[in-house]
Design a protein around this ligand. Sequence first.
Ligand code: NAP
Length: 535
Amino acid sequence: MTRLQSYLLDAWHPGSEPLRPLVDPSTEDTLAWTAAGGLALGPALDHARTVGGPALRAMSFAERGALLKEMSRALHGAREELLDLSMANNGATRGDAKFDVDGATGTLAWYANLGRTLGDGRWQVDGEAERLSSGARFVGQHVRLPRPGVAVHVNAFNFPAWGTFEKVAVSILAGMPVLSKPATATALVAWRMAQIIVEKVALPPGVFSFLAGPAGDLLDHLGPQDVLAFTGSAGTGQSLRGGDRVLAGSVRVNVEADSLNAAVLGPDVGLGDDAWATFVRNVVTDMTQKTGQKCTAVRRVLVPRDRVQDVVDALGQELSRVVVGDPRVDGVTMGPVATEAQLRDVQAGIHRLSAQARVVLGGADRVAGQGAPAGKGYFVAPTLLVADDAFAATEVHRHEVFGPCATVLPYDGTAAQAARVVGLGQGSLVSTVYADDRDWLGDFLLGAGPWNGRVQVVSAKVADQATPPGMVLPSCVHGGPGRAGGGEELGGLRGMDFYTNRVAVQGDRGLLNRVFGGGVFGGGVSGGGVSGGGD
Ligand code: NAP
């Protein structure tokens, strides 16, 4: 049986016992094993810092981008194998698996293209030079320089492919070597992807390391120029952020955590409008895609009070068509949740919400999965609840059920109240609003916008072309305030801020101009660097 290995110090290491099983959540069969310790993580991080970092920083943006392109191509070449592994280890349907795997290769390709556009530079020039004395010669120029440390990435179980490579793409383009750790339970896809890029891509030594299995003492070796990018539950994020080494070294930490995302139906959208159809389709997709195990999935559905029954009927009709089962079986449209622990969490979460909201479809019971062995598999039904009072249903705004579950919440139709209810979630990754009324939208965005990292506005004219709100695009930032972790990833060039330090260099304008390259002070791409501030 497959035993996952870690790629550290430019070699594969099996690690030591005890071993942890990786399970197929549809059949409960063990697929592979991974070690839980015995790895020299301190020396591995040092190797990345001292060998991988200098190699990467010597490369131009275009050269780093070329590495990303090679990675994207190599992984795309193994697409079918990766989709099969995702169906087996994540319980993903083929569509869900594509969302993860193609998301990874697409994001790598997008950043590869950005690298090509940035060209020969190796750092970013940040804005215009500031005049610092009465003469014009002595100036201060801000530049963004890659941190001479290692980027440690700790990822959640739900997106082993995209989660790994959306972070890898940005770090490598910014000039930082990476140590990537997927969640243990679903590490099979990420591990196979790591194997492929190590075999097929001409990565300079030390640029890429991969840890299979628990983190062990990994974070005890972090230093002041390292960064930690974490995706996972708020509780783990909080404890990692407060770690001794993190605090002592002021290690930069980015946390992407839980999120109670909202879909808000505006009062001007009528039954049968295009925006109505998109609203119903998006909510159903968000609840069922990846069996609701998506950080961006909608958990709260805000509806003007007089439309609640229409919405429940429409969602109920679509959700009743969902076929739960082994995703490799024809006709199945939603797989199991990824692990037994996850099943227990989802069941407990539905019980918790149902103390304050009525279950109108589904429920907390484990269900039989189509095509799965009798009594096996971590299957739950899509579950819709309705709370009669959005303000009294405090658990709905507090507890993320990381499964196919959402709650309909009535509001009075005003933008102010909709925004207040969204804000009760204490910070989300994304909310979607379905409306056309300009004044209503302005009030809503002013109130609800700051509680979100991203807001999608679906109006009549874009109802048929808007990307699904759960889709995270490399060109727009991903992250959210408060409960969502307070982090920010992606967003084109913006994502590279995390991996670089802004330094104010004060000196002679002419000399700095020669150091940083011809076009430094004029903005735009220069000889030595590239202007920051967005793409
Ligand atoms: P989790 O239990 O917090 O685990 C996340 C990662 O942290 C795993 O790789 C885990 O490793 C690792 N970890 C746990 N304890 C650690 C420690 N003491 N030191 C170092 N690493 C440690 O979260 P999860 O269950 O995998 O993911 C589900 C959660 O992630 C949901 O709440 C979801 O909302 C959130 N999420 C957020 C985003 C986002 O972008 N905001 C995206 C996806 C998911 P092991 O697996 O080896 O324990």
